[in-house]
Design a protein around this ligand. Structure first.
Ligand SMILES: C[S@@+](CC[C@H](N)C(=O)[O-])C[C@H]1O[C@@H](n2cnc3c(N)ncnc32)[C@H](O)[C@@H]1O
Length: 278
């Protein structure tokens, strides 16, 4: 078989696997970035010692536990407290003052992973006297990771890095004010979990999410192809109230999308945008 034919066969095999996942389990990865999905599927195939993608197809259809493992591979959950500290500094300076103009505001964290992003924002809101006046919605399509987010329990060995991030992000107190130690873990303090609603939401298949004043969706779009990124950016546009803020990850942007002209750029490097009042 020539190389071109082999590449084409592999592409078809991946497509069939993604189709099977969608038909059997309802998760739609068909418009995720193809290089990413292929890498993750190959990773799982190697770990399971399977000879080829067809063997994976069989296992996928007949073994739900295998699918659960694959789901974790496909939904990269890497995250941290105050990820990109300079981003949170700008949120404090640019987004929070806007939220403060409202008696009550709503913030959505889409693709919240294990919750660190939500608790980071909760800390910023607390320090700016806004925690009680903001309802936060934290969503992810991965139920397992969502359960971890609700628990807010993180390994103690990450605290040094989280503390440094917090300080660089302009933290006003001591990071240790926000957790209690529990053997090898730290547990996020209860007050940071108040006014946070964790729920399952799939950005590919689910709809608009209320009249939000700010939406954070960081390091999620990067895994989607252009078409899907465009769909999700439209979803965010519809979910934001006029003047509301959209915050993306450092490698993401709205330039190519058909809602680009409906947002103003507030901070280019931080990927903070604002829905224009039309
Ligand atoms: C790399 S993490 C980013 C976490 C956090 N936003 C941050 O920047 O640190 C990506 C998250 O997006 C979630 N995700 C991927 N596809 C999704 C989808 N279709 N709907 C909702 N969440 C999704 C994954 O489960 C994962 O938790």
């Amino acid at each position: 078989m020539c190389e071109i034919e082999q590449v084409e066969n592999e592409r078809i095999e991946v497509q069939l696997l993604l189709e099977a996942i969608f038909l059997k389990y309802g998760y739609d990865f068909r418009k995720y970035a193809s290089a990413h999905t292929k890498r993750r599927l190959e990773h799982r195939r190697t770990l399971e010692g399977l000879p080829n993608m067809s063997a994976m197809q069989h296992l996928l259809l007949n073994d739900e536990m295998f699918f659960n493992r694959l789901l974790l591979d496909l939904s990269i959950n890497v995250t941290e407290m105050f990820r990109d500290p300079w981003f949170y500094k700008s949120v404090r300076e640019l987004v929070v003052p806007y939220l403060q103009t409202y008696p009550f505001a709503k913030v959505w964290h889409a693709g919240c992973s294990a919750g660190q992003e939500v608790y980071s924002m909760g800390i910023v809101l607390h320090e700016e006297g806004m925690k009680e006046r903001v309802q936060m919605y934290a969503t992810d399509f991965n139920e397992l990771i969502l359960a971890k987010a609700k628990d807010g329990i993180y390994p103690m060995n990450l605290v040094r890095e989280y503390t440094a991030n917090y300080q660089q992000a302009g933290g006003k107190r001591s990071f240790s004010d926000y957790y209690t130690a529990d053997y090898d873990n730290v547990v996020i303090r209860r007050f940071l979990k108040e006014h946070v609603l964790f729920s399952s939401h799939n950005l590919v298949t689910d709809g608009v999410f209320g009249e939000m004043n700010a939406i954070f969706c960081r390091n999620v779009l990067i895994y989607f192809n252009r078409d899907l990124q465009n769909r999700v950016l439209n979803l965010f546009y519809e979910s934001l109230c006029p003047g509301g803020f959209l915050c993306l990850g450092s490698k993401e942007n709205i330039k190519f999308s058909d809602v680009a002209h409906k947002f103003e750029v507030v901070a280019e490097r931080e990927k903070i945008y604002r829905k224009k009042r039309m």
